[in-house]
Design a protein around this ligand. Structure first.
Ligand code: FBP
Length: 560
């Protein structure tokens, strides 16, 4: 028997809460259809590409008194992309609903992400299998992957695998890219009369898969609370020793929602928000000046310590870097097969080849960077051909440039402090934590609800559970068409239909909350210490949601 920690044992017993409409039973639901929908942008192009799944209505579920056994359905499930706390509960909710609907139903888990459905690698879930993973973090129940599902050949293979298992529906648990895959697969299955439905579930710690119907993606709650705990601990350390500046890079591929939320929970001295940097066209130099100014002012007050939060994707939002990285991404695609580059024996030779190929202005920016960052910018691209920003040590770049600037100021007599910095990157630490009560309940509900959508024969929908700042019993279950969230974007030089990413809105209530306080937090230490995620205890501590969700919902409700 596998040894479990005391918390593992207790969490396995936790019974996640469901919205009252779903709690009555999977066979006691009625479907309510809303108005027909359209995509967020590029309606004509999206409609042409999704002839069979475009324009469907938003749907919601009500409970009814009728209780009928559903027809037999076998379902396959895929975990796709980066890990996010609560993924196991989505599968547990899906499994429970499917077995409640008809005990002869079967749930298959495809192994290692989307490639599992193409290669026919799967497991069949049983009660015992599922029970060992309830309320646990991670995606290790079946693993995850980032394979894109987009080619005719992949779709044909997926169809053959589903047919061999008599699968009539597939649930894809993923972020914007994975749900774009889900939309493409759904359309292809309908077009080819495959008789297989596809339902998505909104996952990503990044919090950038959201809109009016999807208030937040799952995992954001737990991950941000985990980072906030760590930042709070570091703030205590900094405030105790009073000798270090801590530069903390926080995960979040592109949008700064995670950094912003972690900042609101902890109130650090400096928080950079990538979307603001882009909007204000802040150069690297102006970011350095902004941060140096605060460091100097604090030093004048006798405080040679502080906390700076840096969003993971920052580098791509600094205008001159964005242009250089875009140019570099194109060049890297050709250099992969260039013998001079591939066989270069020193990193200096690689730098020279790259600098010669970059446009003049971009070469200048690239050349101005420290060697460490130049080298990291040459690392392997992700499946979309982009730099993997989690591997770029922006926090170290900023420390190095600020140190140089402070030395200059010191030599001019404008700085009297002592700058000693520590760098951190909080990312993987938060993605597989035990899901908070919120994420445990939300994920279970999303999975349960995904089966409800399947049971009503829907396809090309995203599982939607709303009203999330209210107790779970008041949550609203339903679904939104995936095409409703799509627009056309350039990928690998071509316009493709993709789910639109939600970036931080600078006129939104969450950013405004930071903006109002940050000057005060910069100089007067207002650190908050959130502590670890709590699973047992008063609901004011255990069941609270994020500042982001609370502020956004409050604004939405006020405008109704
Ligand atoms: P998803 O969008 O797939 O949920 O992944 C998000 C993320 O955690 C980002 O925050 C991060 O940049 C990236 O994954 C890291 O990817 P990897 O796990 O491949 O290193």
């Amino acid at each position: 028997m596998k040894k479990l920690s005391p918390l593992q044992i207790e969490r396995l017993k936790y019974q996640p809460k469901l919205p009252s409409s779903l709690a009555k039973g999977i066979n006691c639901l009625e479907l309510v259809e809303g108005e027909a929908t359209q995509s967020v942008r590029d309606q004509e192009q999206i409609k042409a590409l999704f002839k069979n799944t475009y324009g469907k209505p938003v749907v919601t579920f009500n409970s009814t008194s009728s209780n009928k056994v559903s027809e037999l359905r076998n379902v396959g499930v895929i975990l796709s992309g980066g890990q996010a706390p609560g993924g196991h509960n989505v599968i547990a909710g899906l499994y429970d609903a499917l077995k409640q609907a008809n005990s002869a139903n079967k749930l298959y888990g495809f192994l290692g992400g989307p490639s599992g459905i193409i290669d026919g690698k799967y497991v069949e879930f049983t009660d015992e299998f599922i029970d060992a993973y309830r309320n646990t973090g991670g995606f290790d129940i079946i693993g995850s992957g980032r394979t894109k599902l987009e080619t005719e050949e992949q779709f044909q293979k997926a169809l053959a695998v589903c047919k061999s298992l008599n699968i009539s529906a597939v649930v894809i648990i993923g972020g914007d890219d994975s749900n774009t895959n889900a939309a493409l697969l759904a359309e292809w299955f309908v077009k080819n009369n495959a008789g297989i439905q596809v339902i998505g579930c909104p996952k990503t710690i990044d919090g950038d898969l959201k809109n009016e119907q999807i208030e937040i993606s799952f995992g954001f709650d737990t991950a941000t609370k985990t980072y906030a705990e760590l930042i709070g601990n570091i703030q205590r350390d900094a405030n105790s020793a009073k000798k270090y500046w801590h530069f903390i890079k926080i995960m979040g591929r592109s949008a700064s929602h995670v950094a912003l939320e972690a900042a609101l929970q902890t109130q650090p001295n400096i928080t950079l928000i990538s979307e603001e940097v882009e909007e204000k066209k802040m150069s690297l130099e102006s970011i350095i000046n902004y941060m140096t100014d605060i460091i100097v002012k604090r030093a004048d007050m006798g405080k040679n310590f502080g906390i700076a939060i840096i969003p993971e994707g920052l580098i791509e939002f600094i205008p001159e870097m964005k242009s250089m990285i875009a140019n570099l991404n194109d060049i890297m695609a050709t250099l992969e097969n260039d013998p001079d580059f591939v066989n270069a024996t020193t990193i200096r030779e690689k730098f020279d080849i790259v600098e010669n190929r970059l446009e003049a202005a971009n070469a200048k920016v690239y050349n101005s960077l420290p060697a460490l960052i130049k080298e990291q910018l040459l690392a392997d691209r992700d499946p979309h051909g982009n730099v993997q920003v989690s591997k770029i040590e922006t926090e170290k770049l900023l420390i190095e440039m600020i140190s140089t600037r402070l030395d200059e100021l010191k030599s001019q007599g404008d700085y009297i402090g002592k700058f000693s910095a520590q760098s951190h990157f909080f990312g993987y630490e938060g993605r597989c934590a035990f899901p908070s009560n919120f994420d445990a309940d939300y994920c279970y509900s999303l999975g349960f609800n995904a089966f409800a959508l399947i049971n009503f024969g829907l396809t090309g929908y995203l599982s939607s559970v709303r009203n999330l700042t209210k107790p779970a019993s008041e949550w609203l279950a339903g679904g939104i068409p995936l095409t409703m969230m799509m627009n056309m974007e350039k990928r690998h030089g071509e316009f493709k239909p993709v789910i639109q990413k939600a970036l931080v809105k600078l006129d939104g209530p969450v950013f405004k909350a930071l903006e109002e306080c940050r000057a005060d937090w910069a100089l007067n230490d207002r650190y908050l210490f959130p502590g670890a995620v709590q699973y047992f205890g008063p609901c004011e501590v255990c069941d609270i949601t994020t500042c982001t969700l609370q502020l956004e919902r409050a604004k939405e409700l006020a405008s109704v």
